[in-house]
Design a protein around this ligand. Structure first.
Ligand code: 6GU
Length: 249
């Protein structure tokens, strides 16, 4: 799978994507990155890519021309390689919120194009001309689309077969059984006076599993009560949860 990224800060994206698991998957040719500098496509003699907004207001707007010319160069390469016209994702707080199901959908594509905006946004006509999907990564405002593009690429790439090293299929539910993960411990047994929970040293697998499930329920209840309503719990686990809630009140 190939990820094309249109950006004014290519070195930021290159660095982010060449590290750790994604860097290794790239070396193994399971995924590929094509990071393109939008500034290379400006026709302005001063290499400018932004301008003042019509109608006034604060900040600058990225001009349509370099963005669309940059995209057309990418599209030409993709069509020449025999692939269909790609989906083009514009990273913007005005988009639909990213989630695991959307990642699964994008992971079925051969090629994806990400458009990273900066300043106060991009001329709407460029967006109308090339963009197929507008996506936000959450309800907060970042200075540009590079980090959101890297977040999306990380989430999508780990769904591509062979990217994760263990033979297991990646967990594609938001969270396993709609529960948050239980706490993990490794050596030493005592760290700054704090002991590893006794049950984990017992070697009793059924007891360990029960403890982990209960820890998951307790955490989910504290942090994400919206999830626990749809959690996949056994009758016995619901019983435990009910008693736990009563003991809390
Ligand atoms: Cl995709 N872009 C920016 N600038 N801020 C965001 C975002 C995207 N998603 C959440 N905040």
């Amino acid at each position: 799978m190939k990820f094309h990224v249109m950006t004014l800060f290519p070195e930021m994206v290159e660095h982010g994507l060449n590290t750790s698991i994604l860097g290794r998957a790239r070396q193994k040719n399971i995924i590929a990155f094509d990071v393109v500098d939008i500034r290379d496509y400006t026709l302005d003699k001063h290499r400018r890519v932004d301008d003042y907004p019509y109608g006034g207001g604060a900040g600058m707007v990225m001009a349509a021309e370099p963005v669309v010319r940059c995209y057309r160069a990418i599209e030409e390469k993709i069509l020449a390689s025999g692939c269909k016209k790609p989906r083009v994702i514009y990273l913007t707080p005005q988009g639909q919120t990213f989630h695991q199901e959307l990642a699964k959908e994008f992971a079925t594509e051969e090629e994806l194009v990400f458009l990273c905006g900066h300043y106060e946004g991009i001329d709407e006509r460029a967006i109308e001309t090339i963009v197929t999907d507008q996506v936000s990564i959450g309800d907060y405002v970042l200075t540009g689309g590079e980090l959101p593009a890297m977040v999306m690429i990380d989430v999508i790439a780990r769904l591509v077969p062979g990217v994760l090293n263990n033979g297991e299929s990646p967990e594609v539910e938001t969270f396993h059984d709609n529960l948050l993960e239980y706490p993990q411990y490794t050596r030493p047994e005592i760290f700054e006076g704090k002991k590893v929970p006794e049950v984990l040293l017992s070697g009793h697998h059924a007891k360990i599993e029960e403890w982990r499930r209960r820890q998951s329920m307790i955490r989910t209840d504290a942090v994400r009560p919206d999830l626990i309503e749809q959690a996949n719990l056994t009758k016995k686990e619901w019983e435990f949860y009910k008693n736990y809630k009563e003991s809390q009140s």
